[in-house]
Design a protein around this ligand. Structure first.
Ligand code: GLY
Length: 356
C-alpha cells in the first residue's frame, strides 16, 4: 500500500477531508505534552474531526518511547471502546508517530493512521515509510512493525517555531535523500540555508516535496528493508556510533547532526572503495562543517566507534561491518563491507576534512 502524501498549509481541512473519506469513524488524536500545548488548540479550531476526537496525551522525548507509554495508549483506546475501524491521528515529531503508529498497528490487530508531523525530521523521515516502534531494554527501535499510515499531511507552517538545531537535524535527512537521488537535487540543497531567519517556508516546502518523494519511491520498492530500502541507511551506521559515543561522554548529539557527520565519513569510504568523486566529497564536507560543525574525536576513540558499528542491527554477518556507500551521487551500493583498517583510514580523512 502506498501512503498518501499531502503537502498543504491547510492542515485542518486536509484532516477533515480524509476523515470524511473514511466515513467519519471514531477518531483519536495522539499528541505529546508539547504539541498538546502549542499545536492542538489551533488544529481543533481548524478541524471538526480533531474537535470531536478523543485526545490521548503522552510524555515528550525519546526516553518516553516505551512499552509503558504504548500500554497507556492501548488503555485509553480500550476505555473509549475503540474498534479496528477507528482512526488515529498522530500529531507530533518522530516519537509521537513511531509510538502512536506502533500502538495503532497492534491494537485489535491494526487501526488506521493519519500522521501530522510537526518537525522537519518527522516530515522528511519518521512520518513516511511505515516504520513504527519503541525502544526496549536499552536498544533503540528494538520492537516495532512496518505499517504504513493511510496518509501523512505535511505542512512547513509548523516549522517556524522550531529551533535552528531542530531544523538542521531534519535537513540532514534531506541531504541524505539528495545524495541518493541526483547531483541536481544535491546542488539545490547545498545552495539553500535552512537556518532561521533566512529560511523561506515556501521554498522549503518545494524542497521537502522532492525529498519525501525520494524516500517514498524507495519504500515502495521495499517496505520491509530486505534490499533497496537499506540505501536509506546512508550515513547511519557511523552516525549511530557517533550518537553512542556522545551518549557515553554524557554529551549527546542530535540524531540529524550525527547523520550529517556520518554521511561525510560514508562519502570518504565511498571515495576510497567505489571511486566517489573527491570534489563532491570535499564540497559536502565543507557544507556540513559550516552548518553542523564537526563531531570531534581522536584516534584513541577509533576502536570504540568500530565496536559500536559492529553492533549495528543492519550488519549482515557477525563481525562484518556493512555500509551503504555511493559510487556517485544517485548511485547507492548496499551491504558494502569495510575492513577495520579502512574504517580507521576513513576516520583519519574525516578528521582532516573537518579540522578535528
Ligand atoms: N529512516 C530510514 C527508513 O525509514 O528506512
Amino acid at each position: 500500500m502506498q501512503q498518501k502524501l499531502i503537502f498543504t498549509n491547510l492542515v485542518g481541512k486536509a484532516i477533515d477531508d480524509l476523515v470524511a473519506e473514511l466515513g467519519n469513524p471514531q477518531a483519536f488524536v495522539i499528541v505529546d505534552v508539547n504539541t498538546a500545548q502549542y499545536v492542538l488548540p489551533t488544529l481543533s479550531e481548524q478541524s471538526a474531526a480533531v474537535q470531536a476526537a478523543s485526545i490521548i496525551t503522552i510524555k515528550a522525548g525519546e526516553p518516553n518511547k516505551t512499552l509503558e507509554a504504548v500500554q497507556g495508549i492501548w488503555k485509553s483506546l480500550q476505555d473509549n471502546n475503540a474498534t479496528r475501524s477507528g482512526v488515529i491521528i498522530n500529531v507530533g515529531g518522530g516519537v509521537v508517530t513511531d509510538l502512536g503508529g506502533f500502538a495503532a498497528a497492534t491494537f485489535k490487530r491494526g487501526m488506521r493512521v493519519i500522521n501530522v508531523p510537526t518537525t522537519l525530521l518527522g516530515a522528511v523521515d519518521a512520518s513516511v515509510g511505515g516504520k513504527t516502534g519503541i525502544n526496549f531494554n536499552g536498544y533503540k527501535n528494538e520492537i516495532g512493525t512496518f505499517t504504513e499510515p493511510l496518509a501523512s499531511i505535511i505542512s512547513t507552517g509548523f516549522f517556524v517555531t522550531l529551533s535552528q538545531q531542530e531544523l538542521l537535524s531534519g535537513y540532514a535527512e534531506m541531504l541524505k535523500h539528495a545524495l541518493l537521488e541526483s547531483s541536481e537535487e544535491l546542488a539545490k540543497l547545498l545552495s539553500y540555508s535552512v537556518v532561521y531567519p533566512i529560511f523561506d517556508p515556501e521554498k522549503l516546502l518545494e524542497l521537502l516535496k522532492q525529498s519525501v518523494s525520494v524516500k517514498q519511491r524507495i519504500v515502495d520498492q521495499d517496505l520491509t528493508e530486505c534490499g533497496a530500502r537499506k540505501a536509506l541507511n546512508l550515513g547511519h551506521t557511523i552516525g549511530h556510533a557517533f550518537e553512542s559515543l556522545g551518549f557515553k561522554r554524557q554529551s549527546p548529539v542530535p540524531h540529524g547532526y550525527a547523520v550529517a557527520w556520518g554521511c561525510v565519513v560514508a562519502l570518504v569510504m565511498s571515495h576510497m572503495k567505489l571511486g566517489f568523486p573527491a570534489d563532491t566529497m570535499t564540497q559536502f564536507a565543507k557544507y556540513v562543517n559550516k552548518n553542523y560543525g564537526a563531531f570531534a574525536f581522536s584516534c584513541d576513540d577509533y576502536q570504540q566507534l568500530i565496536t559500536y558499528m559492529q553492533h549495528d542491527k543492519k550488519n549482515v554477518r557477525p563481525g562484518e561491518i556493512c555500509f551503504t556507500l555511493l559510487s556517485a551521487v544517485g548511485e547507492p551500493h548496499i551491504n558494502e563491507c569495510v575492513s577495520d583498517d579502512d574504517i580507521k583510514a576513513a576516520l583519519d580523512i574525516y578528521r582532516d576534512l573537518m579540522g578535528v
